[in-house]
Design a protein around this ligand. Structure first.
Ligand code: ADP
Ligand code: MG
Length: 731
C-alpha cells in the first residue's frame, strides 16, 4: 500500500510555522550584493582593466589576454572576499535549463605549491564536455568539444543557495566548429542586428542616436504546491504535469484566488526567493496570486533583453531551489492541471535609444510622433510577415496544452493595438496615393502622447485575449510558455524587427532618391505597410470560436501542434532572414529544428510511459482492490440471505469499474504499440508527428478520461495519487 499521499496530507496538518529566513529591512541594502556590477568592478579593478571591461560591455570590444588576467584577478578577489572557492561558466544549453561546471580556484603550481588562482584564460573560455548537451547532429560524438565563452554584457554573480558559494560567469556555448549550441548566442546576434537596423532608421529622426537596445520585462506565472504531495505524484515529478486527475468539486469558478490574500506559507517562500533574487540583481517588482488556485505571478522592472533573459533563467532556478527550503514545489509547466488555467510568461518588449527614448513611447512632437509610428508600424509588418516564426518560437510540448488546445489562447498570432491607434492607422490608410504633406496636420500632430496613455493604460481598453498586444509603451507577447527560456521568443522578435527595419529603410531611401521629401517618403512606406499587414490586426475576443473562423478567412496560420509549428524555422524565408542578419546559418537552423523535434519526442515519450505505468501499476490495482471489497460485500450479503436488491448497486459498480479497467488496459496496450511504431521512424519530424497524433492524440485523452472516472468511483482510501483538491488547496 502506497502511503505517500496520506502521509503528505497528515504532515501538512502538523506543519510548523513557515520556515524562518533572514530578511533585509530594505531591498536596496541587498540589491546586487552578489553581482560584480560596474561599481564593484571599479573598486576591484585597475583603471586599465576597468576601462577594458567597460569598452567590452558598451561597445563589444575584445578583451586582450593581459586585461583578461587582471579582470579575472579582480573577480577572484571580490569573490573570495565573499567566501567563494569555486567558479563556473554559467550557460544556457538547448535543454532550456541553465548549466554549470564547477572548478575551484585552487590549483597546484609546477613546483608543488598549492595556490588559489583564476586566470584570464579561464575567465574568457572553457571547454566543458559538450557531448551530453543537445547538438542536433552538429557535433559527431567523437568531436565532443564545445566552448563556453564569456559574455561580459551580463555581469558575473555569486550563487549561494544550498551548499557553498559559486562565482558564475555568464557565457555563450558554441561547438568546436563555431556553431551555437545555446540560446544566448543567437539572441546576442539578433540584438546586434536590431541595434544596427534600428539606429539606421532612427537617423531619419535624430542624428544623436547611436545605439538601440531591446528591452524585456517578463511576467512569470507559476504554481506552488506542497512538496510532500508533489512527491506522491510520479507524473508531476517526471513530466512536470499531472497526466491524470479529476477536476475538484471547487476549481477556479468562484474566481476568489486572483489578487486574493497570498497564503502564509507561499508568502514566506515568495519573500525568501525575492531576497535571493535581489542579491543576484534580479529587479523583481510585483507579486500576486493568479487566476487559478495555487497559481502566482512575479514580474521585474524591465531590463536590456539579454540581461533580462539571464535573469529569468536564474530566477526559475532560484525559485526551484528556495522552494525546497520551504518544503514546497514550484511548477513551471505550462499546464500542470487539466481544467485549470495554464501558466504563461508574458514578454513585454520594446526598444530604447541611447538618448533615453523608448521607441514605442508615443511622441510629443510631430517629429517624435512620426518616429513612434515608424517603429510601431514596422512591428505590425514584422509580425505579419513572420507570424509563423513567432508561433514556432513558442512551440513546445508543454505550450501545446495552452495554444490551440481546448482551452484558450489560440495558436493564431494576431496583434491588438486598441481603438485609438486603429483609428490612426485607418486614417493613414485612407489617404490613397499617399499624398502626404511634410507638415501633415492630421497625422503628425495627432495627440498620440496624450491619447494613448489615457486609452491604453486604462485597463478597460486592454484586450487580455490577444497574443501580441500593444500596451501603451511596449508590446506584450503573451503566448510564451511559462517554462520557456525567453531567448527563443526574443531572438525571433528582434530578428524579424531588424529585417523589417532594414527593408523599410531601403524603401524609404528609394523614394527619397526619386526626389521626395523624407517625411513624405516615410509616410508613404508606412501606409504601404499598413495596407499589406492589416489582416494581422484583431481587436476582438481572441479566445472565441468566431475568431478561428475569421482568421482562417484572412489566411492567418493556425498551427496547433509543435511538430508542425517548428517547420517555420526551416523554410526558405526563415533561412534567408536568419542568414542575412547573421543570426543562424542554415546548418545551425537545421540542427536547432532537429533538437526541438527531439525534445518534443522525448517529452511525449516520457508522458506516454508515465501514463502507461501509472495506469497499470497504480490505477488498475486500486480499482481491482475496490472491486474485491465490493464483491466480498456482495457475497456477505448473499450469504446472509438477502436478495438481489440488497446488492444491486454494488454489482452495478463492479461492472462499471470493469468497463473502465478494460478501456484503460486496452488503450494502454495500443498506446505502447503506437509508441513502438513511432520509435521505428528514422526521420525526426515524422517521429514527432507520430508521437503527436498517434501516441498522444489517439490515447492520452481517452485513457485519462477513464482513469478520472475511476477516481470518482473508487474508495478514496485505496487511491494513492493525491487528488486535485489536495494539491491545489492544501498548503
Ligand atoms: P501589467 O502588464 O500588469 O500592466 P506593467 O505595465 O507594469 O504590468 O508591466 C509589465 C511588465 O512590462 C513589467 O515587467 C515591466 O517592467 C515591463 N515593461 C514596462 N515598460 C517596458 C518597456 N519599455 N520595455 C520592456 N518591458 C517593459
Ligand atoms: Mg501583463
Amino acid at each position: 500500500m502506497n502511503h505517500l499521499r496520506f502521509d503528505a496530507v497528515s504532515n501538512l496538518a502538523n506543519l510548523q510555522a513557515p520556515v524562518k529566513f533572514e530578511t533585509a529591512s530594505k531591498i536596496t541594502a541587498i540589491f546586487n550584493e552578489n553581482v560584480f556590477t560596474l561599481k564593484t568592478a571599479r573598486h576591484y579593478l585597475t583603471d586599465d582593466a576597468y576601462k577594458s571591461l567597460l569598452a567590452s560591455i558598451r561597445g563589444g570590444k575584445k578583451i586582450d589576454r593581459a586585461m583578461g588576467n587582471q579582470i579575472a584577478n579582480g573577480l577572484r578577489a571580490w569573490a573570495e572576499s565573499k567566501g567563494v572557492t569555486h567558479f563556473t561558466h554559467w550557460f544556457q544549453p538547448l535543454t532550456g535549463l541553465s548549466a554549470e561546471k564547477h572548478d575551484s580556484f585552487f590549483t597546484i603550481k609546477g613546483d608543488g605549491t598549492p595556490i588559489e588562482e583564476f586566470e584570464g584564460a579561464a575567465l574568457i573560455q572553457q571547454e566543458p564536455d559538450a557531448s551530453s548537451f543537445p547538438s542536433g547532429g552538429l557535433r559527431a560524438t567523437f568531436e565532443a568539444r564545445g566552448y563556453t565563452a564569456w559574455d561580459p554584457s551580463s555581469p558575473a554573480f555569486i550563487m549561494e543557495i544550498g551548499e557553498g558559494k559559486t562565482l558564475c560567469i555568464p557565457t555563450i556555448f558554441v561547438s568546436y566548429t563555431g556553431e551555437s549550441l545555446d540560446t544566448k548566442t543567437p539572441l546576442i546576434k539578433a540584438l546586434v542586428a536590431l541595434d544596427k537596423a534600428a539606429v539606421d532608421v532612427c537617423q531619419y529622426f535624430d542624428k544623436n542616436i547611436t545605439k538601440v537596445t531591446a528591452t524585456l520585462g517578463w511576467e512569470q506565472e507559476y504554481f506552488v504546491v506542497d512538496a510532500g504531495l508533489a512527491n506522491a505524484r510520479p507524473d508531476l515529478l517526471l513530466t512536470g504535469r499531472t497526466v491524470f486527475g479529476h477536476a475538484p468539486a471547487k476549481g477556479q469558478q468562484l474566481e476568489d484566488h486572483y489578487f486574493g490574500a497570498i497564503p502564509e506559507r507561499v508568502y514566506a517562500f515568495m519573500r525568501d526567493f525575492e531576497q535571493e533574487s535581489y542579491k543576484l540583481g534580479i529587479p523583481l517588482r510585483t507579486r500576486h496570486n493568479e487566476v487559478a488556485p495555487a497559481q502566482f505571478e512575479c514580474a521585474p522592472i524591465f531590463e536590456e533583453a539579454n540581461l533580462a533573459v539571464d535573469h529569468n533563467t536564474l530566477l526559475m532556478d532560484v525559485m526551484s531551489r528556495v522552494a525546497k527550503r520551504h518544503n514546497l514545489k514550484v511548477l513551471l509547466h505550462e499546464k500542470p492541471f487539466a481544467g485549470i488555467n495554464g501558466s504563461g510568461k508574458h514578454n513585454n518588449w520594446s526598444m530604447s535609444t541611447d538618448t533615453g527614448v523608448n521607441l514605442l513611447g508615443p511622441g510629443k512632437t510631430p517629429k517624435t510622433n512620426l518616429m513612434f509610428l515608424t517603429f510601431f508600424v514596422n512591428i505590425i509588418k514584422a509580425v505579419h510577415n513572420y507570424s509563423d516564426l513567432l508561433r514556432a518560437s513558442i512551440a513546445s510540448a508543454g505550450n501545446d496544452h495552452r495554444l490551440g488546445a481546448n482551452e484558450a489562447p489560440p495558436a493564431i498570432i494576431s496583434i491588438f493595438i486598441g481603438k485609438y491607434l486603429t483609428n490612426v492607422l485607418n486614417e493613414i490608410e485612407k489617404r490613397v496615393g499617399g499624398d502626404f504633406d511634410e507638415t501633415d496636420e492630421a497625422i503628425l500632430k495627432l495627440d498620440i502622447h496624450k491619447s494613448i496613455p489615457e486609452l491604453m493604460l486604462d485597463n478597460t481598453d486592454r484586450n487580455r485575449t490577444s497574443p501580441f498586444a500593444f500596451t501603451g509603451n511596449k508590446f506584450e507577447f503573451r503566448a510564451v510558455g511559462s517554462a520557456a527560456n525567453c531567448a527563443g521568443a526574443m531572438t525571433v522578435i528582434n530578428s524579424i524587427m531588424a529585417e523589417t527595419l532594414k527593408n523599410f529603410k531601403n524603401e524609404v531611401d528609394g523614394i527619397i532618391e526619386k526626389g521626395e521629401k523624407k517625411e513624405v517618403a516615410i509616410m508613404q512606406v508606412i501606409q504601404k505597410y499598413i495596407v499589406e499587414s492589416k489582416v494581422v490586426l484583431f481587436e476582438g475576443d481572441g479566445y472565441s470560436a468566431e475568431w478561428e473562423k475569421e482568421a482562417a478567412k484572412r489566411g492567418l496560420p493556425n498551427v496547433k501542434t509543435t511538430p508542425l509549428a517548428l517547420d517555420a524555422f526551416v523554410t526558405k524565408k526563415a533561412k534567408a532572414l536568419f542568414e542575412d542578419n547573421d543570426i543562424y546559418n542554415h546548418v545551425e537552423l537545421e540542427a536547432r529544428h532537429e533538437i526541438m523535434l527531439e525534445e518534443y519526442v522525448k517529452k511525449v515519450q516520457i508522458e506516454a510511459r508515465v501514463i502507461g505505468d501509472l495506469a497499470t501499476t497504480l490505477i488498475i490495482p486500486a480499482a481491482v482492490k475496490y472491486q474485491n471489497t465490493l464483491l466480498q460485500n456482495i457475497k456477505g450479503l448473499k450469504d446472509a440471505g438477502l436478495d438481489e436488491s440488497a446488492f444491486a448497486s454494488q454489482k452495478a459498480i463492479v461492472a462499471q469499474v470493469s468497463k473502465h479497467i478494460n478501456v484503460i488496459s486496452e488503450n494502454v496496450t495500443k498506446m505502447i504499440e503506437a509508441r513502438k511504431k513511432a520509435n521505428e521512424l528514422t526521420d525526426t519530424r515524422a517521429k514527432a508527428i507520430a508521437y503527436c497524433d498517434d501516441v498522444k492524440g489517439n490515447y492520452f485523452d481517452i485513457i485519462r478520461y477513464h482513469v478520472d472516472k475511476l477516481e470518482l468511483m473508487v474508495d478514496d482510501a485505496t487511491w494513492s495519487l493525491p487528488k486535485y483538491r489536495e494539491i491545489l488547496f492544501l498548503r
